[in-house]
Design a protein around this ligand. Structure first.
Ligand code: PLP
Length: 394
């Protein structure tokens, strides 16, 4: 009998990609939809990165397979960046380059998890963690957050069991833009070390923080014991507006990275050589485009946050500090609009206000909406006006 694996059938589709698709379908039908569901910068990849990549193509430098964990200059550039900006010293063989940070996480979970092993996911969390843990045969264990949408060692202590192998910590956080302080990270790091757990630190938005110096301190800065237990995930997608190039990486203990490399050698063999050349140009070239994009995100956040926080039924007392998302509590809006689920509210906002947003359920926190501000300011202001009219109408 033809069958599909239970593992694959248990996987939910990506809610963020689904939301974007529904917006695109409506747009294709002629509806003027503003898509605030997307999780990628709206800027083009900076021109010098493209020029360096074209040069690499023309010089025949990117025609063949590369080493599985990536070309040495790129791995060294990742290590150098950590040394320069974080005073963290790792060797190139502690860096594995992957097809996006998404594959770094996927391959890592394949390496860390045996069937039935539990992974702690503080909510809200990025949509792919839970599904990737399940695909590795593991069990995602959601940990409810505090009111500030952060997790504390006390809460983790209640969730840990003999089967727990890892905790995933994402700061700045997608979907909320919440940023942990170094002291909060240290407390969680020390707690994980005490329990001898792996710490998967997803720092992909580490450069996109708006009211404090960047990059914010990495989990790898928190002492030798924490460093020994930590795998940092990062990449060029968000910082350099390079989501389509698909370059991410993992940084961790050399023996773990060697095991991950063996696994990856049977998955992708290597990440596209041309994209590795582009990522190398991004990391080693002029960083001015990053500062410009960051300034633009900040300007949008400053403009949109007060408008969103003032919307009837939308509750967001704390201004987000990083990434490019807002994650208001919309319980009151659901009540006002007689919506039983957040998904119902999302549908009504899409169909009546023509604004696409993502329901909080997929991030482990219902009664919230994820709203991306990776869109130009004028469009954002129009979207806020539409939401205001929607909420004020009966
Ligand atoms: C928190 C987080 N981690 C990882 C990723 C994956 O990024 P990429 O695969 O584009 O490098 C994303 C992308 O949306 C993200 O939001």
């Amino acid at each position: 009998m033809r069958q599909l694996s239970q593992r694959a059938q248990a996987v939910r589709p990506s809610a963020t990609l689904q939301a974007s698709q529904r917006a695109k379908d409506l747009q294709a039908g002629g509806v003027d939809v503003i898509n605030l569901g997307v999780g990628q910068p709206d800027f083009p990849t900076p021109a010098p990165i493209k020029a360096a990549t074209i040069e690499a193509i023309e010089q025949n430098q990117v025609d063949g397979y590369t080493a599985t964990p990536g070309v040495l200059p790129l791995r060294q550039a990742v290590a150098d960046r950590l040394a320069d900006t974080q005073d963290v010293h790792v060797t190139a063989n502690q860096v594995v380059v992957t097809t996006g940070a998404k594959l770094a996480l996927y391959a890592l979970f394949q390496v860390l998890i045996d069937p039935g092993d539990e992974v702690l996911l503080p909510a809200p969390y990025w949509v792919s963690y839970a599904e990737q843990v399940k695909l590795a045969g593991g069990v995602p264990v959601e940990v409810a957050p505090t009111a500030s949408l952060k997790v504390t060692p006390d809460q983790l202590e209640r969730a840990v069991t003999a089967k727990t192998v890892a905790i995933v910590l994402n700061s700045p956080q997608n979907p909320s833009g919440v940023v942990y302080t170094p002291a909060e990270l240290q407390a969680i790091g020390d707690w994980a070390v005490q329990h001898d757990l792996w710490i998967v630190a997803d720092e992909i938005y580490g450069e996109l923080v708006y009211d404090q110096p960047t990059p914010i301190p990495s989990m790898l800065t928190l002492g030798a014991a924490v460093q020994d237990h930590t795998i940092v995930i990062n990449g060029v997608s968000k910082t350099y507006a390079m989501t389509g190039w698909r370059i991410g990486w993992a940084v961790g203990p050399a023996d773990l990275m060697a095991t991950m490399t063996r696994a990856l050698s049977h998955m992708t063999g290597n990440t596209a050589a041309v994209s590795q050349a582009a990522a190398l140009a991004a990391l080693t070239g002029d960083q001015a485009p990053v500062a410009r994009m960051k300034a633009s995100f900040k300007e949008r956040l400053d403009a949109v946050y007060p408008l969103l926080a003032a919307l009837p039924g939308f509750d967001l007392p704390q201004k987000p500090a990083g990434a490019f998302y807002l994650f208001p509590d919309v319980q009151a809006a659901m009540t006002a609009k007689h919506c039983a689920t957040t998904a119902d509210l999302v549908d009504r906002i899409l169909n009546e206000a023509h604004v696409a947003v993502v329901a909080g359920e997929a991030f482990g926190l219902p009664h919230h909406l994820r709203i991306s501000y990776a869109t130009d300011k004028a469009t954002l202001l129009t979207a806020m006006a539409r939401l205001k009219t929607f909420m004020e109408n009966e």
